[in-house]
Design a protein around this ligand. Structure first.
Ligand SMILES: [Zn+2]
Length: 208
C-alpha cells in the first residue's frame, strides 16, 4: 500500500501526530522488530471493501499483528475510537476499539461475535469512512462478545455504554454494513444529501 505523507500531518492534543504515535509506541513497549508499515488510507463511503462481507481470520501470524497495530495507529491518528479492517481495505474479521477517556486502552478483537445482548439505546455515531456525518442509531444497550486476541486465544467482553455501541458499529463493518443502513431510508436520504465529505477533508488538509 502506498504511503501517504499527509497522514502524518496534524496534531493530537499538544503533539504532532508523529510524536504522539512514537510516545504511544514507547508506552506500549511494542516489539521494535514489528515493521512500521507504510501509512494506511482509510477508505471512504463508495469503496467496494466497505460493502463486502469479511472473511474469518484463520492464521494468527505476524501479518495479522502488523495489520492490527497499523490499524491502531491509523485509528488514533484519525481521531477515531474504533476501526474495522475493511475500512483500511482488508476484508478480514478484525477490529480495533478504544473508548477509554484517555485513549490508552486499545483492544484488538479477531473474529468478534455478539453472543448475547439486552436492552436498547439510541446514540449519535460517526464513522471514519463518512467524515463529518453524524447519525442517531439504535443499538443493543449491553452486549457480550466472544472473540479471539491476536494470539488466537478466546476472549470474552461484556460491554455497555459507548464501548458496546462502538463494537456493534465495527462488527457491522465486518458484515459489509455501514451505519447509514441502520437508519430509516428517509433519515439516510436527508443526511446523505447534506453530507459533503470532500469539503470537510479539504478543511482538515487531508487525505488521511
Ligand atoms: Zn465506521
Amino acid at each position: 500500500m502506498e504511503a501517504s505523507k499527509n497522514g502524518l500531518r496534524g496534531r493530537i492534543g499538544n503533539l504532532p501526530v508523529k510524536k504522539f504515535l512514537e510516545a504511544r509506541m514507547n508506552d506500549k513497549k511494542i516489539d521494535t522488530d514489528i515493521v512500521w508499515a507504510p501509512w494506511m488510507r482509510i477508505m471512504l463511503h463508495g469503496a467496494d471493501c466497505l460493502v463486502t462481507p469479511s472473511e474469518p481470520v484463520e492464521e494468527f501470524n505476524s501479518d495479522l499483528t502488523e495489520l492490527a497495530l497499523d490499524m491502531g495507529r491509523t485509528m488514533y491518528a484519525a481521531g477515531g475510537i474504533g476501526l474495522a479492517a475493511p475500512q483500511v481495505g482488508h476484508n478480514v474479521r478484525l477490529i480495533a476499539v478504544d473508548c477509554s477517556p484517555d485513549q490508552d486502552d486499545i483492544q484488538y478483537l479477531v473474529n468478534p461475535e455478539i453472543v448475547s445482548y439486552d436492552g436498547h439505546t439510541n446514540g449519535d455515531e460517526g464513522c471514519l469512512s463518512f467524515p463529518g456525518l453524524s447519525l442517531t442509531v439504535r443499538r443493543h444497550k449491553n452486549i457480550e462478545v466472544k472473540a479471539q486476541n491476536l494470539k488466537g486465544e478466546e476472549i470474552r467482553i461484556s460491554a455497555g455504554g459507548l464501548l458496546s455501541i462502538c463494537i456493534q458499529h465495527e462488527i457491522d463493518h465486518l458484515d459489509g454494513i455501514t451505519f447509514i443502513q441502520r437508519v430509516s431510508r428517509q433519515v439516510r436520504r436527508a443526511n446523505m444529501r447534506k453530507w459533503e465529505p470532500m469539503k470537510i477533508l479539504e478543511v482538515q488538509n487531508g487525505d488521511y
